[in-house]
Design a protein around this ligand. Structure first.
Ligand SMILES: [Zn+2]
Length: 230
């Protein structure tokens, strides 16, 4: 099961979503995209700097004024960092941190901070990710789960796809009995443009294996993270 739920949004908020970018109905459509999962790139900071210089002029600024002189350089650096997920390789990231273990209870890591950029506006969305899995002979070093989150957050994303990619990656590499991922996020593109109430947050979930098929297991996870999916 995978689904999306909004918190604190108007009871019937569909009409408020001006461009529909984050509307509930688009979740499946977005998932059909196949962004690069791992790739190398030649990040051309020089070209990025000249584009930012041009952007400054286009928004009505004077790129030559003192406060902005190094802004193209800083922005180019910032985007290189914020999109480094494209260059991260899962095998390198896991680096033999998968261990044989008989443990078969739920492993859960809550409140993993993430920061991403929405692919519709290139504005930040950020929040917390909660991950659980039930091992099937293999466990992973716990510090690797936040790194998997970063790998998919530091790209242009939609929250639903990011959530699904995190879950599928854990499923593929650990082959556990199941994986559950819930993300809660605030989207600057909605908050700054007044599309949604400013305190609204968006929740997305991806449930695989036993979390998909066993309601008890799913409920246990949702209780442990203090959330309810309706
Ligand atoms: Zn957006």
């Amino acid at each position: 099961m995978s689904g999306i739920m909004r918190n604190n949004s108007p009871a019937d908020g569909g009409a408020e979503d001006i461009d529909g970018a984050h509307a509930r109905g688009n979740a499946d459509e977005d998932r059909l995209d196949t962004p690069r999962v791992t790739a190398t790139r030649n990040y051309d900071a020089g070209t990025m700097e000249s584009l930012v210089h041009e952007t400054l002029a286009l928004v009505g600024e004077n790129p030559g004024r003192e406060g902005l002189l190094r802004t193209p350089h800083r922005v180019a650096k910032a985007y290189e960092f914020l999109t480094q997920g494209y260059t991260m390789d899962i095998e390198t990231l896991l680096n033999n941190a998968i261990f044989e273990e008989r443990y078969d209870e739920m492993v859960i890591v809550k409140d993993i901070d993430f920061f991403s950029l929405c692919e519709h506006h290139m504005l930040p969305f950020f929040g917390k990710a909660h991950i659980a899995y039930i091992p099937n002979g293999k466990i992973v070093g716990l510090s690797k789960l936040p790194r998997i989150v970063d790998m998919f957050a530091r790209r242009l994303q939609v929250q639903e796809r990011m959530t699904q990619q995190i879950a599928e990656t854990i499923q593929r590499h650990l082959q556990p009995q199941g994986v559950a991922v819930v993300t809660e996020a605030s989207h600057m593109c909605m908050m700054m443009r007044g599309v949604e109430k400013q305190n609204s947050s968006t929740t997305a979930s991806a449930m695989l294996g036993v979390f998909k098929h066993q309601m008890e297991t799913r409920n246990e996870f949702m209780n442990l993270i203090g959330r309810r999916l309706h």
